[in-house]
Design a protein around this ligand. Structure first.
Ligand code: SIN
Length: 284
């Protein structure tokens, strides 16, 4: 196996591993590269649905995701699809977010497998929320340490959510009004990574509706500055897809963004998520 970092901060390609024929003894190296680089890309794979499920289960138990109708017969797999004729609309994941942060125990990892990709466009970006926390000015860190972030899965309608006209619709069938996912969930704004011990910001503009600090609700201007800081290019990597790539990201210390710039082209991905644990605050 050969690991090629994409940036010093986040993201690495892993070459020399065929997922279809990998052994259990190959897995520890994959897992430690994933924890180290936060997003791992394995090009040159050829997987069917069962193969994707099998590989995903190596990372933990699969979860059935709220709101999105899964692939028939595969309740833990969703198809992220935009057809060529689906133009002038939002895409799934087309705003900065960490997956399902509104759940009491958000996924620890998400896995995306590219089936069909546009010749150009449809890239995905990730940012490293541990580095973003590390590089935050001391006064902002003081304000956020010990703060609580309120998340809701009823994202469309909160201040940073896309306008109605640009929201995702189309090939992914969304089943809204899920009382369990719609309710508010509170997580620490700054968490300790359960495996690496790193500290990280755990907030995102899609699902975090407000942050409650020691002196009350953190203002909108502060949040805008905070999110602008988190998505600085120094903390980011950008992946240009081709078919047959498996990406695995750590959902606890990253946010990601699917770029919606490929109208007129078809893009199809399959996706799974791994059960996580309730986020834990950094010790005071
Ligand atoms: C997502 O999981 O948010 C979508 C990512 C993508 O389609 O690139």
């Amino acid at each position: 196996m050969r690991i090629v970092p994409l940036t010093p901060a986040i993201g690495a390609e892993l070459h020399g591993l065929n997922i279809g024929s990998m052994n259990a003894s190959d897995f520890p190296a994959v897992r430690s590269a994933w924890l180290r680089h936060k997003v791992l890309f394995l090009p040159g794979q050829s997987l069917d649905l069962e193969g994707l499920e099998r590989f995903s289960r190596r990372f933990g138990e699969l979860v059935q995701l709220p709101y999105i109708r899964p692939v028939e017969g595969h309740p833990e797999v969703i198809r992220v699809l935009k057809e060529a004729h689906e133009t002038d609309m939002g895409v799934f994941g087309g705003e900065w977010h960490s997956d399902f942060s509104f759940l009491p125990a958000p996924p620890s990892a998400s896995i995306l497998y590219s089936v069909e990709t546009p010749p150009s466009g449809g890239d995905t970006l990730w940012v490293d929320m541990s580095l973003a926390w590390k590089r935050l000015p001391e006064s902002d860190r003081r304000l956020l340490a010990g703060a609580t972030a309120v998340h809701t899965g009823k994202p469309y309608g909160v201040s940073h959510a896309p306008e109605e006209s640009t929201r995702f619709k189309g090939s992914i069938v969304m089943e809204r009004d899920n009382p369990e996912a719609d309710r508010e969930t509170r997580h620490p704004a700054v968490c300790r990574h359960p495996e690496t011990g790193e500290q990280m910001l755990f907030v995102n503009p899609t699902y975090t509706t407000r942050i409650e600090g020691p002196d009350g609700i953190v203002g909108t201007r502060f949040l805008e500055k905070l999110y602008a800081h988190c998505v600085r290019p120094e903390f980011a990597c950008r992946w240009r897809w081709q078919p047959g790539v498996v990406a695995i990201w750590d959902n606890r210390n990253t946010m990601h963004y699917a770029v919606n710039d490929y109208d007129g082209q078809r893009r199809e991905m399959l996706r799974t998520a791994i059960r996580g644990e309730p986020p834990v605050a950094v010790p005071a």
